[in-house]
Design a protein around this ligand. Structure first.
Ligand SMILES: C[S@@+](CC[C@H](N)C(=O)[O-])C[C@H]1O[C@@H](n2cnc3c(N)ncnc32)[C@H](O)[C@@H]1O
Length: 245
């Protein structure tokens, strides 16, 4: 099994990242929707939605939302949030969304908080862009919130310990072959655990060229969750906004 099929499905991923919470998601989504002027009642897909923090808020703002994620655990927990205009489904983003998963085309697709860069093959990366292009209406938005590879390289902390609840997570990071690899080692109730994350450090240009290949044009690039201007050297994020032509 690939690392992303197991790690995100454990409770430990959610414990480690519990500070990346609903509040952070709500601030960002409010700014984003306002800046892109996406009309109320538009249909939005939250691709790789995790615990649904962006999906739930988008729905509260009046959008019709479908949250998709590979993690069965997260999707089954998200079911409590469902209503007429908010649904969650298990889905692998390398597979087509339209028309099997969503019978309708949508106005926007979001892929947020580094939910890309996991796959070994470029072919799989491209499948994501293809499936997003196929499910979007013309002029629909694709928001791909990715890390800024240069910032990751410039600010890498090789070793750290983060305590969340009763667990000390020992985290080591390294760059290898244009990937950032994060080893996560901890003990819980006497049992030893070791997980890792491995994310390909796609550049702005690589992401832009995938997008162009599948018929998107770049309309904006933000450098952080306050929608600051992207700066290659100093921005923590590389938040790409594309429009389907
Ligand atoms: C870093 S988390 C972000 C989750 C969510 N967007 C958020 O901001 O809380 C990445 C998510 O991608 C999901 N994921 C990983 N591989 C996937 C795939 N092939 N298809 C769909 N989702 C996937 C994981 O299960 C996980 O929920």
């Amino acid at each position: 099994m690939a690392w992303f099929e197991t790690w995100f499905n454990t409770p430990y991923y959610h414990i480690l990242y519990k500070d990346r919470n609903f509040e952070e998601a709500e601030n960002f989504i409010s700014l984003l929707i306002n800046d892109l002027q996406i009309p109320k009642h538009s249909k939005i897909i939250d691709l790789a939605c995790g615990k649904g923090r962006h999906s739930v808020f988008l729905n509260k703002m009046g959008f019709e939302v479908l949250g998709l994620d590979l993690s069965e655990e997260s999707i089954s927990q998200n079911k409590i949030f469902e209503n007429e205009t908010l649904k969650f489904k298990v889905h692998d983003m390398r597979h087509p969304i339209y028309p099997e998963i969503s019978k309708m085309k949508v106005d926007a697709v979001c892929n947020l908080f580094t939910s890309f860069g996991y796959f070994e093959s470029e072919d799989d990366d491209k499948k994501v862009f293809r499936s997003v292009a196929d499910v979007l209406e013309d002029n629909g938005f694709f928001v791909l919130d990715f890390l800024n590879e240069k910032w990751v390289k410039n600010t890498l902390v090789a070793e750290a310990v983060t305590t969340k609840g009763n667990i000390d997570f020992h985290i080591s990071k390294r760059i290898e072959d244009q990937h950032v690899i994060k080893d996560i080692v901890f003990k819980d109730q006497g049992e030893d655990f070791h997980f890792y994350e491995k994310v390909k450090l796609h550049t702005l240009e690589e992401i832009g060229s995938y997008a162009a290949e599948f018929g998107f044009e770049r309309v904006k690039t933000y450098g952080d969750y306050n929608l600051g201007t992207f700066d290659r050297d100093t921005s923590p994020r590389c938040i790409n906004v594309f429009r389907k032509l």
